[in-house]
Design a binder for this molecule. Structure first.
Ligand code: OAD
Length: 242
C-alpha cells in the first residue's frame, strides 16, 4: 500500500530496538555527489559498459582508472550534509543503529558514522588484480595505477556484473531482517540485491519509510513516503527534543 506524505511525522530513536538507514546516491546529492540515474545522473553521461564493468577494465584498465580517479576528485571536495550528521548523531545516542549504503563515497564515515556496511565497496580502496591485496588510498589522485607486484590495481567497488561480497550481504541481510525501523533514503530501488531490502525489513514488520523527492521502484512497499530531500527531511524527522 502506498503511504501518504506526512511532513509532520516525528521519530524518536528510543522507541525502536534496531534502526537501519538504507542509503543510495540521493543521500549524497546535496553534498554535490552526482546520482547515477535521473537528472544529471552519471549513467546518462557515461556508458557503464565502457567504465564500470570487468570487461571494460580488461579492455582498457587505464581508461577505467582515469574515470574513477576523476570521480574521486569530485568526491574529495564534497562534504557531508545535515542529513549525514543526523544519522551519525543518532548512532551515538542509540545502541543499535546501522547504515547500509550503496554509496562508495565514504560520506557517512566522514560525518562520524561508525557502523556502516558498504554494499558496493569504496572509492577510497584499491584491489590488486594480481596479488589481491586491498589498500586504502584517501588522496585525490591514485598514488599509483599498479601494485608493487606489477599488476594493475582496480577500484575495490562492485561493478555491473560483479558478485557482491558474500560476508557483506550476510551481515546486511541479518541486520535488516531483524530491524524494527527501516529508513530508505535516496535510492531508486533499481539495483539488486539491495532493491530487495525493504521487503526483507517488512517481513520483520519493521516500520518502513522512504525519503526521496521522487517515487522509486520500491515505493509501493513502504508504510510512509516522505517526499523531500535527505538534508531537509532527516533533521525534521528526528528533531531533538531537549
Ligand atoms: P540512483 O541514481 O539510481 O537513484 C538516486 C535516487 O535518489 C533517485 O530515486 C532520486 O530521486 C533520489 N534523490 C535525488 N536527490 C535526492 C535528495 N536530495 N534526497 C533524497 N533522495 C534524492 O542511485 P542508487 O539507487 O544509489 O551501483 O543506485 C544504485 C546503484 O546503481 C549504485 O550504487 C551504483 C549504480 O549503478 C554501482 O555502481 C554498483
Amino acid at each position: 500500500m502506498i503511504g501518504i506524505l506526512k511532513s509532520t511525522l516525528k521519530l524518536h530513536p528510543e522507541d525502536y530496538t534496531s534502526i537501519v538507514f538504507f542509503t543510495g546516491a540521493g543521500m549524497s546529492a546535496e553534498s554535490g555527489v552526482p546520482t547515477y540515474r535521473g537528472k544529471g545522473g552519471i549513467w546518462h553521461k557515461y556508458r557503464w559498459e565502457e567504465y564500470a564493468c570487468q570487461e571494460a577494465f580488461d579492455r582498457n584498465p587505464k581508461k577505467v582508472l582515469k574515470f574513477h580517479e576523476k570521480r574521486r576528485k569530485v568526491l574529495f571536495d564534497c562534504q557531508p550534509h545535515a542529513g549525514h550528521h543526523v544519522i551519525a548523531d543518532i548512532e551515538k545516542r542509540h545502541p543499535q543503529v546501522t547504515v547500509v549504503t550503496q554509496n562508495i563515497d565514504g560520506m557517512h564515515q566522514r560525518a562520524g558514522s561508525e557502523k556502516v556496511i558498504e554494499l558496493h565497496g569504496s572509492a577510497w580502496r584499491l584491489r590488486c588484480t594480481g596479488c589481491s591485496v586491498v589498500t586504502q588510498d584517501f588522496n585525490k589522485s591514485y598514488k599509483s595505477y599498479t601494485c608493487e607486484c606489477g599488476s594493475w590495481l582496480r577500484p575495490d567497488i562492485i561493478w555491473f556484473g560483479d558478485m557482491l561480497n558474500e560476508n557483506v550481504i550476510t551481515r546486511a541481510t541479518k541486520i535488516i531482517g531483524n530491524c524494527d525501523l527501516f529508513i530508505s533514503i535516496g535510492t531508486s530501488g533499481a539495483v539488486w540485491p539491495a532493491a530487495g531490502f525493504p521487503q526483507l525489513a517488512k517481513s520483520n514488520e519493521a516500520l518502513c519509510l522512504e525519503i526521496n523527492p521522487e517515487l522509486s521502484e520500491m515505493s509501493y512497499l513502504y508504510d510512509e513516503l516522505i517526499r523531500g530531500k535527505a538534508g531537509d527531511i532527516l533533521p525534521e524527522l528526528f528533531e531533538k527534543i531537549e
